[in-house]
Design a protein around this ligand. Structure first.
Ligand code: VTB
Ligand code: MG
Ligand code: MG
Length: 321
């Protein structure tokens, strides 16, 4: 995979984030998602690659989604698996909240888990705590392991978890252990990635969110030298059957290599709304500013890229609806 693809991916997530940002706080999550998806597809198809969507936004008849199996790119260049979430946090954008991202990841063909669209229980940490967590261990053991790895008292550890009734038990266990919590409304890709960046103040992610988001976060954490573990949590017979059909044993913990094989992978995310790690898009009258994180697992390079986009020269950036 060419390393120059990294910069091309930045152009894609920038376009999606700028398009979605137009809908911030307007209470219209579907419009925001459509804008991001359309922008993402438009830029993707100018990029020299032979991509196939393995983590996407539904099935073929659910256009305008980037659907699983859709081919992306010009049809020349490297053969890659593509995982997209054009707008990770549609509700966040609708409410003008925190941590919405336009995000995508690519890997060599066949290297991303084709995770079904269902829930995944997750635990994620940054580099210091790699190899020291276990999704099947009690919450307190994982908190102790992270505290030790980071040379902290357990009271200094910050866990992040989505604010959901289904998480009451874990939240109670974190509190009982004496650790602190950052509850988030949505967006566990940002939550997982944030554990690998000191400036976010977050040490560990717990909780159940989307399986597709788990695979995308795994690519990010692979680039960062962090770790995520996941377990699929089918909610009914049909979902359980889908796992069986895909040859996935739901009692098995999905480790980094199960989620993304090897290290030929790239992750890019542009902030749509402000977050701990990335500022959101700002529309400044005539231009838009964007903040993007792009990382390559093979080289371990992590870049923060600030973009300034002329809306005079590129009016389509905000007008693709
Ligand atoms: C999860 C999480 C995502 O939406 O899919 C969540 O992984 C949906 O959770 O990051 P609920 O079913 O509890 O609403 C996000 O937060 C945003 O896409
Ligand atoms: Mg989405
Ligand atoms: Mg999402």
């Amino acid at each position: 995979m060419e390393r120059s693809l990294s910069m091309e991916l930045v152009r894609i997530t920038e376009a999606a984030a700028i398009a979605a940002s137009k809908w911030m706080g307007r209470g219209m999550k579907i419009e925001a998602d459509d804008a991001a998806t359309t922008a993402m597809r438009t830029v993707f198809d100018t990029i020299p690659m032979r991509g196939v969507v393995v983590i996407g936004e539904g099935e073929m008849d659910e256009a305008p989604m980037l659907y699983i199996g859709e081919e992306l790119g010009t049809g020349n260049g490297p053969e890659v698996d593509v995982a997209v979430d054009p707008l990770e946090g549609t509700n966040i954008v609708a409410a003008g909240g925190w941590n919405a991202l336009a995000v995508l990841a690519i890997a060599d063909r066949g290297n991303l888990l084709n995770a079904p669209d269902m829930y995944m229980e997750k635990i994620a940490v940054g580099p210091e705590s790699v190899g020291k967590i276990d999704i099947n261990a009690p919450v307190i053991d994982n908190l102790r392991a992270v505290a030790k790895a980071k040379n902290k008292d357990i009271e200094e550890v910050v866990a992040t978890i989505m604010d959901r009734p289904r998480h009451q038990d874990i939240i109670g266990q974190i509190r009982a252990a004496g650790a602190r919590i950052k509850l988030i409304d949505d967006g566990d890709v940002a939550g997982a990635i944030n554990t690998a960046f000191d400036q976010t103040g977050v040490d560990i992610l717990f909780g159940t969110g989307g399986a597709p988001e788990g695979v995308i976060a795994a690519v990010g954490l692979k680039c960062l030298g962090g770790e995520i573990q996941g377990k699929l949590v089918p909610q009914n017979e049909e979902e359980a059957q889908r796992c069986i059909d895909m040859g996935i044993d739901v009692s098995k913990v999905l480790m980094m290599e199960d989620l993304v094989k090897g290290d030929d992978a790239i992750f890019a995310a542009t902030g749509v709304t402000d977050g701990e790690l990335l500022k959101g898009v700002q529309l400044k009258g005539g231009f838009a500013e964007s903040h993007t994180l792009v990382m390559r697992a093979k080289s371990g390079t992590i870049r923060f890229i600030e973009g300034r986009h002329s809306l005079q020269k590129k009016p389509n950036l905000v007008m693709n609806d």
